[in-house]
Design a protein. Structure first.
Length: 195
């Protein structure tokens, strides 16, 4: 039986917008994109995140610029229980919130993109690539992965397209069970979605 996976995306629902986490002092990290890079990180210490745009508080959002996954304690528990070897959870104080939140850092990058089954693929311009992004994908529509190459992971980022935060169907179902999400799920396995 084929395992199904989903690309977790910013949801089209009313929600607050949260800034990229910073050090507790307010100082930006040297690599503010590090939480979307798919690697094990050193403990970043005390962090905080400001509200960029007030709105409905959600249990799972992405920061507005660097797309760091920021989740409530209940959502963090889903990742702790179902994907302990695939993520790091770092506490972050969200402006105006007494309850703890966490940055979810996916620590695995897996080469399982099925380019032939994707609807539309845009490569970084081969004649003038962005420095450090040569050979990567600029954007993908109708993303498809090969689930046989996921190495048993429940949560990961894609090699050459780290923008995509991918979760298994078990994770998706558990997250939906918590509810009040600011994200949506796009299936990336099985037959391509109709246009």
């Amino acid at each position: 039986m084929e395992r199904h996976f989903y690309w977790v995306r910013l949801g089209d629902v009313p929600q607050w917008l949260v800034e990229t986490p910073t050090r507790g002092s307010g100082e930006a990290f040297d690599e503010p994109w590090m939480f979307a890079d798919g690697r094990v990180l050193e403990e970043p210490g005390r962090m905080k995140a400001l509200i960029a745009t007030p709105g409905k508080r959600r249990e799972f959002v992405f920061s507005v610029i660097e797309r760091a996954p920021i989740v409530s304690h209940a959502i963090a528990n889903v990742f702790r229980a179902l994907a302990p070897d695939d993520v790091q959870l770092f506490p972050v104080m969200v402006e105006g919130e007494a309850d703890p939140f966490f940055v979810v850092n996916a620590t695995k990058v897996i080469d399982c993109l099925d380019e032939a089954r994707c609807r539309e693929v845009h490569h970084d311009d081969e004649d003038d690539p962005s420095p450090g992004y040569e050979g990567e994908y600029r954007w993908i529509y109708g993303l498809r992965i090969d689930p046989t190459k996921t190495e048993g992971a429940q949560v990961f980022r894609l090699k050459k397209f780290k923008t995509a935060f991918i979760v298994s169907e078990d994770i998706k179902n558990a997250l939906e069970g918590v509810g009040n999400l600011g994200v949506s799920f796009e299936r990336v396995t099985g037959a391509p979605e109709p246009r």
